[in-house]
Design a protein around this ligand. Sequence first.
Ligand SMILES: NC(=O)c1ccc[n+]([C@@H]2O[C@H](COP(=O)([O-])OP(=O)(O)OC[C@H]3O[C@@H](n4cnc5c(N)ncnc54)[C@H](OP(=O)(O)O)[C@@H]3O)[C@@H](O)[C@H]2O)c1
Length: 314
Amino acid sequence: MEYRNLGSSDLKVSVIGYGAWGIGGAPFWKNEGDGNSLDSIKKAYDTGINFFDTAPVYGFGHSEELIGKAIKPFRDKLILATKCGLRWDKKSLASIRKDASRNSILEEVDQSLRRLDTDVIDLYQVHWPDAATEQQETMETLLEIQERGKIRHIGVSNYSAEQMRECLKFGKIISLQPKFNLLARDIQKDTVPVCVKNDIGIIAYSPLSSGVLTGKYDKSTKFTDWRSKGIIGTFSGEGFARNIEKVNRLKNIADEEGKTCAQTAINWVLRQEGITTALVGVKNPRQVEENRKAIGWEPSPEHREKIEEIFAPV
Ligand SMILES: NC(=O)c1ccc[n+]([C@@H]2O[C@H](COP(=O)([O-])OP(=O)(O)OC[C@H]3O[C@@H](n4cnc5c(N)ncnc54)[C@H](OP(=O)(O)O)[C@@H]3O)[C@@H](O)[C@H]2O)c1
């Protein structure tokens, strides 16, 4: 495994991080059984992954509880990240709302510490910008819980370049967690330069476009989980068909390199400017084993050029 410093912090994170969204199961994903999830966490640790990312909303607390339970024996060797700012009333997708207010964060951090069964969270991130709360209020609350020793570092997720600049007026953030993969490159225009300039690490989420870049789907695939919920373009409709064509071309390149499509897609993410780590979602040990081989090699110059041509931003 390779490790990189996360932004200006002293955290040295593995370039492949463990994304714990999927193991939360419902309401976003299918419940696939805690046995496989716990095994995949242990396998990740054994292969040198030291960076684990979860959130309260993943399985409405279930993902945090599983992570807390599985990492207990080696907690002090890991970098544990979770988030705040998404709340729910009933355990339903429709009831999820943004709230990054002082009262909400103070309540959430204690709940996360309890579910994770830990005394401190290494990286605490605002999950989504909350337009109804001033950045100043959010940042001051995070600085207060940092001062009280509940969290070590502050990060944000899904923030625009402008929102990060606003945030930086009130305190230090060490990381941004945006969506970034071959099919979603928006951040390269405005956001990456702000991160590079301010020494903010980038934790790329959905490096496999939530599975599409593994090459295991085709144009006739009908999703039955959150991916079926109207995100036209990425997971359905003509945009999906176009993406599948691109992925098929990537698969040919991967074959010629003797790699899998998933390995080639993760490898690309980690070669891009400003990216610290790729947060890969896994559900079982087999996927961990495959994905860890995404590093330590590079496609030939001809293949790198071809990949750029296929996935050029439109
Ligand atoms: N901050 C945010 O707003 C935000 C949003 C989304 C995600 N995230 C973070 O990023 C992490 C990863 O995101 P993600 O789950 O959307 O996407 P991803 O890493 O792009 O894709 C993960 C999915 O791909 C499949 N997969 C992974 N490795 C595979 C392999 N070797 N072979 C075949 N299939 C494989 C698995 O799906 P199946 O086994 O189900 O097929 C897995 O659930 C999350 O866990 C979370 O920590 C953050």
